[in-house]
Design a protein around this ligand. Structure first.
Ligand code: RB5
Length: 150
């Protein structure tokens, strides 16, 4: 799968670890930065380009990391077409795709270790949207909010 990934300094080391594991697993990885560790950088500079790439279909799914995953999540959800969530558990990594059709998973580089993060990434990437009418109905209501905003 073609996967985009972005982080600020707070998730830099986790991002590096995930890029290595994703490539080893055979995925194509598109990096949106940060490309070096800069303690003064800002997550919007990286997660917004990632969000746009996901929304346009340049990459199939995205991973957005910051220290807690909170800022990345708040920010990238402002991009039209993005459905992102901060994920900390396996169940939500899977169900977030199956029910809520998330296309970006956000994680905290300071809150989870690389093994847990990798488990979440695998669950997120393996999951598929269910296409069930109740979920389509709910997502149509979310999409309506977006359309009203644009
Ligand atoms: C940066 O220090 C930190 O605030 C950021 O990475 C993130 O945790 C924000 O939610």
């Amino acid at each position: 799968m073609r996967i985009g990934i972005a982080t600020d300094h707070g998730g830099f080391s986790l991002k590096q670890e995930l890029v290595t594991r994703l490539k080893a697993a055979g995925h194509e990885v598109v990096e949106f930065g940060a490309h070096s560790l800069d303690p003064a950088d800002d997550y919007p500079d990286y997660v917004v380009p990632l969000g746009k790439a996901v929304a346009s279909g340049q990459v199939e799914r995205g991973l957005a990391v910051c220290g807690s995953g909170v800022g990345a999540s708040v920010c990238v959800n402002k991009v039209l077409g993005v459905r992102a969530a901060l994920i900390c558990d396996h169940f939500s990594a899977q169900q977030g795709v199956e029910d809520d059709h998330i296309n970006i998973m956000c994680m905290g580089g300071r809150t989870i270790g690389p093994s847990v993060a990798w488990d979440l990434v695998q669950a997120f990437l393996a999951a598929k949207f269910s296409d069930e009418p109740r979920h389509l109905r709910r997502l149509a209501k979310v999409a309506k909010l977006e359309a009203e905003r644009s």
